[in-house]
Design a protein around this ligand. Structure first.
Ligand code: FES
Length: 156
């Protein structure tokens, strides 16, 4: 049975109809085709699905879409808040490029959403603090050192 859901996604208010059991991750990827948010483990272990709900980072795979009623969801596509064709990259995206903060890139959207939250929430005062905050975002390629460098660069 479908339920109504009103949620602001990347600056656009959406009136949706969804099944109550659907996760935010599947809503974003399957229904809205916002595939920048990745599905790695689908069990809260990898961080590939990290998005912001009302400015707080969450694992979209562990969040029922229904719980975002009335909320504001930001995905990697909405980070620049503009037309993707013309928008400037977010400073964190620029820093990931500058510091080679990725190799295969699969975990990168989740890494960047966590990285932005890391600074916004005041957890980027030292590389150790950044490593601790970012520990839920797994990178198979092992780009961790460069990711920390990118975050510290944006912080300064
Ligand atoms: Fe959500 Fe891995 S897909 S934490």
């Amino acid at each position: 049975e479908q339920m109504p859901l009103q949620v602001n996604i990347n600056g656009t208010m959406r009136q949706l109809s969804i099944e109550p059991r659907v996760t935010l991750l599947d809503l974003l990827r399957e229904q809205l085709h916002l595939t920048g948010t990745k599905k790695g483990c689908d069990h809260g272990q990898c961080g590939a699905c990290t998005v912001h709900v009302d400015g707080t980072r969450v694992n979209a795979c562990l969040t029922l879409a229904m719980t975002t009623e009335g909320a504001t969801v930001t995905t990697i596509e909405g980070l620049t808040n503009g037309d993707p064709a013309t928008a400037q990259l977010h400073p964190m995206q620029e820093a990931f490029i500058k510091h080679d903060g990725f190799q295969c890139g699969y975990c990168t959207p989740g890494q960047i959403m966590s990285a932005v939250a890391c600074i916004r929430e005041g957890h980027a005062n030292s590389p150790d603090e950044v490593r601790e905050y970012m520990s839920g975002n797994i990178c198979r390629c092992g780009a961790y050192a460069n990711i920390v460098d990118a975050i510290m660069d944006v912080k300064k």
